[in-house]
Design a protein around this ligand. Sequence first.
Ligand code: HEM
Length: 518
Amino acid sequence: MDQFNKLIKPISLSNFGSKDVLPIVSITAATSILYASYQIFLSQKKVASKKIPIPGSSYPYVGHMLSLGELPGKTVAKWHEELGPIIKIRMGVQNWIMVNDPILAHKIFVVKGAETSHRPYNTYAHNSGALGEKGVAFAQPDSRWKENRAAALSVLAPKHIEKYIPYIHKEAKDLVTRFIESTEKEGSVDPFKHLELNSMNVITETSFSKRFDSVEDPEFIKLSSIVETTMLYCGAESDLANFLPIVSIYDYFFGNQADQKKFNLNERNPYLRSLVKEATYAKGPNVIKALEEGGFKLTDEELMALASDLIVAGTDTASITLAWNIAIMCHYPDIQRKVSAEIDQFIESNGRIPNFKEREQVPYCISVMKESMRYKPTTTFVYVDGYIIPKGASIVSSMESMHMNSDVYTESKKFSPERFLNNIKTMQSAANGKIEERDHFNFGWGRRICPAISLAETEIFAAFVQIFSRCFVEPTSDGLPDIENAVNSGITTAPVRYKVKFIKRKNSPMSQLNLNVF
Ligand code: HEM
């Protein structure tokens, strides 16, 4: 009963605005928003069918929803270990097929991409949130989605992202200054809010030529709250009736959908409208202007929906990737020293910090960034030879289990950046190239693959080289950050909140440089 109460709790109005959501809710939220989850019907294929195994712990009506535990990624990984690369779970009235084998996932999402690029239905996301299935992230793959996605892919392509490199490096520089100053003032720092500001600024600056000065900036606080509320509404906690139709009675009494519409009309849409308008008249380059210059004719509502997609999809994903990276590095001081030595050498030869175009000159750093994303994937959770997938089932890539799959990664439980030293190509090209040459799977699959990989990896690179050229990251007297457990927060799996110390490296080559030179 306690479990059931916990399940119901997040749909009460008092919980809106809280990031403290349930595992079940998070796992479903994850799939509803971004994760690789699709509608597929391959049952017409004439193949000898194998039955997809179902884990044992399922209950009447709710199915496996209550068996996922506090850490759904780990529970699903355990089920894969016991039952193999493809399993079926029941989420209330929905069937989910979970896959942890990349080759299988590739066949489903890339080879069979035309049939596997639908998004599972979510009331808020598909109606008021995406302004009636507009934009990219929530729309079903119709001709309008194709046009919008082509536009997004074009303006977020690596050649466009190059224009933004100076802005991205400036944000990274400011981020590390804040880390050092807060450590010097307060003894330690909780990096999460600062990382959120960095990721938000990278998106608002590149998309709308707008940035926020500090974590206390009222406008940053406002946008941060809009993102948080949007993510919460897109999550299953606000849409449980989709899984458990009996719960629709709550919607009726509590008027959740009316609240969501009010939030859109009074708060989110006016803010998005003004962001898009300001971007059109701004001086510098930005994504909104690039769309117009590229001849993409998006309506006002399509532009607003795309703006929301970029901000919501790009803030937590990138900042949490960096939060994991910092937490992991704190555990591996020897790896930190090797990373810093490689960046120092570049600075000594070039008189400045490397930029993303020079990434091949710091191969160990690139390997560490890739290994961090494999070791602790930011995203949580795609037919298959010989198996029949039931029509209408959602197919989900089990991210944590896939990245720990020992058939894919030798000594998969070990943090070993060396495994990527021979694969330092960009994550953008690895993700869009041959399956055998993929480095990790954090950016998803096929026609729905993250369109902003280039922006994300440029941002991660800039922050990473700034941090380790200027600081040594140390634990506080409370101990090392917890990298065993995790918090499911909507679309991401984040580390448990922690504090660390960013100790300025006194005699580093970077300390001799004018910080305006990146
Ligand atoms: C480390 C950072 C990031 C990670 C790990 C990440 C991961 C993902 C994943 C897993 C998907 C779903 C792919 C699928 O369904 O197969 C996705 C989609 C998407 N991402 Fe990212 N992302 C990141 C950064 C960003 C940024 C910075 C932006 C925007 C500026 C962004 C915008 C989008 C959009 C708009 C979609 C929806 C694409 C569609 O449905 O067609 N992402 N991302």
